[in-house]
Design a binder for this molecule. Structure first.
Ligand SMILES: Cc1ncc(COP(=O)(O)O)c(C=O)c1O
Length: 409
């Protein structure tokens, strides 16, 4: 269960706030350490990042061109779209989902959002009441915790298996109580790089159905698995229709993190409720970004293949460099997404201390494992979304740092 003490310890900046009247809802949450560490690093200068998950690739040229053309030629490109998004884009999304075995009605079951992040926040706010428990297989994406807390829900962390970061289905079943409302699951998985086994995902769906839970399925990295594996999507299960809210993103697949565009798929009844929040929060996703998303779906897909190939090389590189530091780190080889949780071998050092020392002393940005829930403690999350030179430089610095035995001082 949630330990609020450990959350405040995660404010890396050490700031104290005195303004009276800030809501409990907001006081209880933190800016994720994923965003805080780069902010701290920017004040230090000269740091190299294995931190935030920003892939190094530029947005593909044909997407940028399509947007430039629309801005020049189409007077509507600077105006609001319909709340759920441009009809043509929703149809393209439905076709794309259909090709992956997910049947979605573009007019009733899809809404284009400001990244997957808006969709996730809206999903949680739509189904979670104050005091409702939400199961988070953990370590978990940091923002899922804040989203649950913002809805005044209670995160219930259920550890993934340590040896390979897979779902522990029995522990999830045992964590269900009469207050449990939802399970939030990300696959492929940030922060561990896991690709969960289909049998376990099916078992999790069964638990949700038996206990009338919602499944909030974060499919931000749906395109990104390695070594010829398949990624199983819970959204393909017809029995979950009406209980699943699935969120998707253009950010990583098309190198569009800054465009802030994604989408949500849910039954009409759920989506109608979510749309009320969407309208109050953002009216519609930015029109230029919707145009970019449309160009991404309609254009050639070899850019996705190139991103996958480059990230496979970076995955192999980061593993090779970690293998040269066996006294410092243990890790599970990532099978999806572009992160791994490195377990550092320095007992008695909490992950925030480790990350801050790594930042100040080696000038390398990593994210403290505790940001990803209590089961992330004693780990540091490394992203390999950055260029190969950046990964090499970060590990050169770490090798020099460890050579000075920093933890025996
Ligand atoms: C697991 C996960 N979910 C959601 C997001 C947010 O995605 P978007 O950029 O589409 O808002 C991220 C971004 O890093 C992520 O890693």
């Amino acid at each position: 269960m949630m330990n609020s003490g450990s959350r405040s310890a995660l404010v890396a900046s050490g700031k104290k706030y005195r303004t009276r009247g800030i809501s409990r809802r907001v006081s209880r949450i933190t800016i994720s350490a994923i965003k805080e560490m780069p902010l701290l690093a920017s004040r230090i200068g000269g740091c190299v990042s294995l931190g935030q998950g920003i892939p190094s690739f530029p947005t593909p040229g044909h997407i940028v061109e399509a947007v430039c053309r629309a801005l020049r030629d189409d007077p509507d490109s600077g105006k609001y779209t319909l709340g759920p998004g441009m009809s043509e884009l929703r149809q393209a999304v439905a076709r794309d989902l259909g090709a992956r075995g997910i049947e979605a009605d573009p007019d009733r079951e899809i809404c284009i959002t400001v990244g997957a992040m808006e969709a996730l926040s809206e999903a949680v706010l739509t189904v979670v009441e104050r005091g409702d428990e939400v199961i988070l297989p953990s370590p978990n994406y940091a923002s899922h915790i804040e989203q649950v807390l913002l809805a005044e829900g209670v995160p219930v962390f259920v550890p993934l298996t340590r040896e390979d970061w897979q779902l522990d289905v029995e522990s999830i079943r045992n964590a269900v109580t009469p207050r449990t409302k939802a399970i939030v699951l990300c696959n492929p998985h940030n922060p561990t790089g896991a690709n969960f086994a289909e049998a376990d995902l099916r078992a999790l769906a069964q638990i949700a159905l038996e206990n009338d839970l919602f499944v909030i399925s974060d499919e931000t990295y749906d395109f990104l698995v390695y070594d010829g594996q398949r990624c199983f999507s819970l959204s393909t299960l017809p029995e979950l229709r009406g209980r699943i809210i699935a969120t998707f993103s253009f950010s990583k697949k098309y190198a569009m993190t800054g465009w802030r565009v994604g989408y949500v798929y849910a039954s009409e009844e759920i989506l109608d409720q979510m749309m009320k929040i969407h309208d109050a929060m953002s009216i519609c996703a930015p029109t230029v970004s919707q145009l970019a998303a449309l160009a991404a779906l309609q254009g050639p897909q070899d850019c996705v293949e190139q991103i996958r190939a480059a990230l496979t090389r970076r995955r192999d590189l980061i593993c090779a460099r970690l293998d040269r530091l066996p006294d410092a780190f243990g890790y599970v080889k990532p099978r999806g997404a572009y992160y791994l949780m490195a377990r550092y071998r320095f007992p008695g050092t909490d992950s925030m201390t480790f990350a801050l020392r790594l930042l100040h002393e080696a000038r390398v940005i990593g994210i403290p494992g505790a940001a990803f829930g209590p089961d992330g403690e004693n780990h540091i999350r490394f992203s390999f979304g950055g260029a190969e030179e950046q990964i090499e430089e970060a590990f050169d610095r770490m090798e020099r740092w460890f050579a000075g035995s920093p933890f025996s001082r």
